[in-house]
Design a protein around this ligand. Structure first.
Ligand SMILES: Nc1ncnc2c1ncn2[C@@H]1O[C@H](COP(=O)(O)OP(=O)(O)OP(=O)(O)O)[C@@H](O)[C@H]1O
Ligand SMILES: [Mg+2]
Length: 344
């Protein structure tokens, strides 16, 4: 990327001696949605607050369109923020909430802008409603409209869907992505849910202990995880031990060796962690890793089989009729990833 719209350059933030954000560098293209994904305490909210200007970094920079914002107060950044609990003003209507940040406009211009932004999030008809008389999904759209009203250059969203019940989340997710894409606003959002990050983000950045583990489009993270942490955080997978041999082959036991995809610096003879996704392993009548089916979890026409093997438990996804609890089976793999055991 030659001229990214938004850049985080080696951002670092310490609270006492604790490094909440540790030399974090990320670029976002204009109009893209970047997801910050990571477990609790990995520095997602702190990163968002550094972008918004609610915190200042100890070192590093936040740059938008070539402007260094790192030391500017929030009001001077032209960055909009949607808070996790929306923080709407309960005694105000939808339109009053959305117009709140537009005090410098005259009434006519303010009304025009409020109407336009409410249309963009499909809330035009509810402009006069008190926000207390809205559903969770509608409140979320008002919060987005309020953040967009002053025409920010970047929109930040902290766990934008976590307040909604699961049935609403999926449809709201699609609507939110469609709206942001239509508006073309460059956005950064925080989530600890892989599914949400994958569904909303053009790029997904995985954070761990304040550090960037990997950034890329969802399929790349899923298919080419750079570490065992990313591999297991962004999808289902079983982890077993093996030993790396010549030619990207890992030995599981005396009878079984599998071709592997390697990540990180690995040397021949090294003990490795092997990660295999349930859809990348199958039952075979031929040679393979032997095991016994312990549990079956049905999911429509497919099922997840927990297979106890000499190398540890492995989860296999297959058709419901492929095996039953108690069966002795053999396993063959399509794709296995090898990681250094030092990187657990
Ligand atoms: N104001 C603060 N003072 C001291 N420590 C803080 C402060 N804010 C955050 N931290 C610490 O920094 C680390 C990162 O916190 P942060 O809130 O950014 O994590 P997060 O990824 O958003 O987690 P969650 O998913 O739980 O919201 C945590 O260890 C947290 O305890
Ligand atoms: Mg947080």
């Amino acid at each position: 990327m030659s001229n990214p719209f938004l850049s985080l350059e080696s951002l670092t933030k310490k609270f006492d001696e604790h490094l909440a954000v540790d030399a974090l560098s990320l670029d976002v293209e204009q109009g893209d949605l970047l997801a910050l994904l990571g477990p609790s305490g990995s520095g997602k909210t702190t990163t968002l607050r550094l972008l918004a200007g609610f915190e200042f970094p100890d070192s590093g920079r936040v740059v938008v369109e070539g402007d260094d914002l790192s030391r500017r107060p929030p009001a001077e950044r032209k960055v909009g923020m949607v808070f996790q609990h929306y923080a709407l003003f309960p005694h105000m209507t939808v339109a009053e909430n959305v117009g709140f940040g537009l005090a410098d406009l005259n009434k006519t211009d303010r009304d025009t802008r409020v109407r336009a932004v409410l249309e963009q999030v499909h809330m035009g008809e509810l402009a006069g409603r008190p926000v207390t008389a809205l559903s969770g999904g509608q409140q979320q759209r008002v919060a987005v409209a309020r953040a967009l009203a002053p025409q920010p250059r970047v929109l930040l969203l902290d766990e934008p869907l976590s307040n909604l019940d699961p049935t609403l989340r999926e449809s709201t997710r699609t609507e939110l992505r469609d709206s942001l894409k239509e508006i073309g606003i460059t956005s950064v959002f925080v989530t600890h849910e892989q599914e949400e990050a994958f569904a909303l983000g053009d790029q997904v950045a995985v954070l761990r202990n304040g550090r960037l583990e990997q950034v890329g489009p969802a399929p790349e993270l899923y298919e080419k995880p750079a570490s065992l942490f990313v591999a297991t955080f962004v999808g289902r997978g079983s982890v077993i031990k093996g030993t790396l041999l010549e030619g990207d082959v890992a030995r599981i036991n005396d009878d079984v060796s599998w071709k592997v995809r390697t990540s990180g610096a690995l040397t021949v003879g090294e003990n490795v962690n092997l990660m295999v996704r349930p859809e990348s392993i199958r039952f075979t009548d031929g040679a393979g890793l032997g095991g016994t089916v312990r549990h079956v979890r049905y999911s429509g026409a497919r099922a997840f089989f927990s297979v106890e093997t000499g190398a540890g438990p492995i989860e296999v996804e297959a058709s419901v009729h492929a095996a039953g609890a108690g069966d002795t089976v053999r396993l063959e793999v399509d794709a296995v990833h090898a990681f250094p055991q030092s990187d657990e």
